[in-house]
Design a protein around this ligand. Sequence first.
Ligand SMILES: C[S@@+](CC[C@H](N)C(=O)[O-])C[C@H]1O[C@@H](n2cnc3c(N)ncnc32)[C@H](O)[C@@H]1O
Length: 295
Amino acid sequence: MKDEVVDNLISNKSGVYLDCTLGFGGHAQEISNNLDESGMVIGLDCDQDAFAYSKDKFKSNKKVKVFNSNYVDFENILNSLKITEIDGAIMDLGISSFQVDHKSKGFSYRIDSDLDMRFDSSYKKTAFKVLNSYSENRISDIIKNFGEERNYKKISNSIVRFSKKNNMNTTFDLKEAITKAISYKTNMNKIFSRVFQSIRIEVNQEFQNINKMIESLPKRIKAGGKILWITFHSLEDRVVKKSTFKLDGKEIITTNGKKKIKLISKKVIRPSRQEILNNKRSRSAKLRGLTILEC
Ligand SMILES: C[S@@+](CC[C@H](N)C(=O)[O-])C[C@H]1O[C@@H](n2cnc3c(N)ncnc32)[C@H](O)[C@@H]1O
């Protein structure tokens, strides 16, 4: 979605743009390539590995500043740079392929590893804690609401029985508990994937954080600026859709006066056919956005 991001985000080539989910710097690079020498990209990632990679990647690019920070703390970063308002922001939600494949993080049901699943290794809550200390009802709600897995009751019951007997220590323990709960022939990988996703969303408080950002970002965007969200699954898209639609037409008071929030479009923006052909993973990407207007 690089072209769609650049086309929709950049309203001023000398502006300041916030990449809330820097990852390995793909979007930050593309945005910086389309700015002139006085433009700036501020990139944030709470994952220490992603931050370290991007810090090195942009070490000789004066237009990109990177921070190892949770995006919910973006206002502190802007304040520390003495920036009141920015020209736009982007959030590319979910998990990077590096995080999925990284052995020690526990995001993938294909790799036997500790149950961690934290984007930021300083978070107190791990997948181990969720699976070994939450009640059956709470786990059941997580699997239902953050994974949309219809066998949520049977799976949460099996997880709790497994943990009580023997602590659930690894991703393969979790797989075993899920497998025990399903008595009919089906594509188990889809079920694993939905349950793992739901635990990851709980560990990282993903939906709470997205909603906080939808509320707080508009107040720091200049009139004429935009905020974009890229999602990769329907649940994430629903969270973004619901919260951005609620803001459509609202007036807000900022340090630079009264402004109005508008949806960029009621319809989602999809990747081009060519991008889907080049990168199959991009086919599920959806882009939504808000624009901030002078009142
Ligand atoms: C889909 S990846 C972004 C990929 C990136 N756009 C690129 O071009 O490489 C999402 C990133 O958001 C980061 N992330 C998730 N939650 C975060 C949070 N609350 N604060 C900061 N970064 C976060 C993850 O660590 C991950 O690196």
